[in-house]
Design a protein around this ligand. Structure first.
Ligand SMILES: Nc1ncnc2c1ncn2[C@@H]1O[C@H](COP(=O)(O)OP(=O)(O)OP(=O)(O)O)[C@@H](O)[C@H]1O
Ligand SMILES: [Mg+2]
Length: 385
């Protein structure tokens, strides 16, 4: 597969900027027609990886193949790729058509051919009707569609997109996610899509490469990275998680607050007695007024807050000085209010257990097992990481 048109292959690719290792021996094979996202926190090396694929940066070591060809020394415009950036950088004084045609004109493509290809590209992004407008006469989403058309007009087999929806407001962003995904599956073009938004990556991608500190922490389809995070970092970055710090036991972990975790499938095998992290997702925690029958996989606390989010209720439970985030369907019969004493319990299948390797990244201060930050805020969580 790797030699086919549209395939992208990185082999031990490393890029340094002075003392910073921006990309650290990354190997990755993107299949032709695949939608692959590079997902990770700020500074983890997403843009640098993309710029090396585009040809704007050269790797210090390692190899890149695009559509079966080694591209070392091949300038950007001769590669079988095109890039769409977050800031679409359209020429303000040119019409939509002229913007899309610009690259072809520069290369001396015949006029008739330019007209055909511009019309085709604008049709793909449903912008034919606005062909004569100037950028300032269009919404952000429309301008971004033009930027995509400008990349597609070269008929690349790989499109590189660096946070292309980052500048759009939430609603428009969600609309464009659906549109881009449809366009990609219709055209069968390989997409390498950079984002730091895990929901965006989850909803659009065939596979996600979760990056941290220049390397790929986990590569897998959205379901796998969610259900089977390979590390505590992935468990905290994809979706949300409650973390407890403690000591590994034969069957799981004993948290510092005395909570006993029994896991049916520890994600990482941690030797008994060593420091371990246990994690349980908010939607996997059951709340009850009565004490559960078993003393394992349970803890008690007091409801500190309840928020309504359409079809789910979000509880913050204060338990021994730390907060536990719990999400329950709105239809759940048992409802609680602030001040209620509750028991939190969960199943052995829902316990993740990790070694302490990344505690400093995942936990607030690495000591008290607090969640990453205010559990009600995804944004803050990203910053804290
Ligand atoms: N031209 C450069 N000169 C020096 N350092 C750089 C340069 N470009 C990137 N870096 C560094 O390399 C690392 C990776 O940067 P990169 O832009 O690839 O991150 P990113 O994952 O795209 O982050 P963001 O989500 O903030 O866009 C960072 O530490 C960054 O400061
Ligand atoms: Mg970037």
């Amino acid at each position: 597969m790797s030699g086919q048109r549209g395939a992208v292959e990185l082999e031990n690719v490393t890029k340094r900027f002075g003392a910073t290792v921006a990309v650290d021996s990354v190997s990755l094979l993107v299949q032709p027609g695949e939608f692959l996202s590079l997902l990770g926190p700020s500074g983890c090396g997403k843009t640098t990886t993309l710029r090396m694929l585009a040809g704007f940066e050269q790797p210090d070591s390692g190899f890149i193949r695009i559509s079966g060809e080694y591209v070392q020394g091949v300038p950007p415009f001769k590669r079988d790729v095109n890039t769409v950036f977050q800031h679409y950088a359209l020429f303000p004084h040119m019409t939509v058509s002229a913007n899309v045609a610009y690259g072809l004109r520069q290369r001396g493509v015949a006029k008739a051919e330019i007209a055909t290809r511009v019309a085709e590209a604008l049709d793909m992004v449903q912008m034919s009707k606005l062909a004569d407008r100037k950028p300032r006469q269009m919404s952000g989403g429309q301008q971004q569609r033009v930027a995509v058309a400008r990349a597609l007009v070269n008929r690349p087999s790989v499109l590189l997109l660096d946070e292309p929806l980052g500048a759009l407001d939430r609603k428009l962003r969600e609309e464009m996610q659906i549109e881009l995904k449809l366009l990609q599956s219709r055209l069968g073009i390989t997409f390498v899509f950079v984002t730091h938004d895990q929901e965006e990556a989850m909803s659009m991608s065939d596979r996600i490469a979760v990056m941290l500190d220049g390397h790929i922490e986990q590569l897998g389809d959205p379901e796998t990275v969610y259900e089977h995070p390979a590390s505590a970092f992935v468990a905290g970055f994809i979706g949300r998680n409650n973390f407890w710090r403690g000591v590994a036991t034969e069957h799981g972990a004993r948290a510092d607050d005395g909570t006993v975790f029994v896991a049916s499938r520890p994600e990482e095998d941690v030797p008994n007695g060593e420091t371990a992290l246990a994690a349980v997702r908010p939607e996997c925690i059951n709340l009850s007024a009565d004490r559960p029958s078993l003393d394992i996989n349970m803890t008690k606390g007091v409801v500190a807050g309840v928020s309504h989010f359409g079809d789910v209720l979000q509880y913050v439970i204060n338990s021994g000085g730390r907060d536990i985030l719990v999400l329950t369907p709105r239809t759940t019969a048992d409802r609680f209010i602030s001040g209620d004493k509750v028991y939190c319990s969960w199943s052995t299948d829902d316990v993740y257990q990790f070694s302490d390797r990344q505690a400093a990244i995942v936990l607030h201060d690495g000591t008290d097992g607090s969640p990453i930050s205010d559990p009600t805020s995804d944004r803050k969580k990203e910053k804290a990481i």
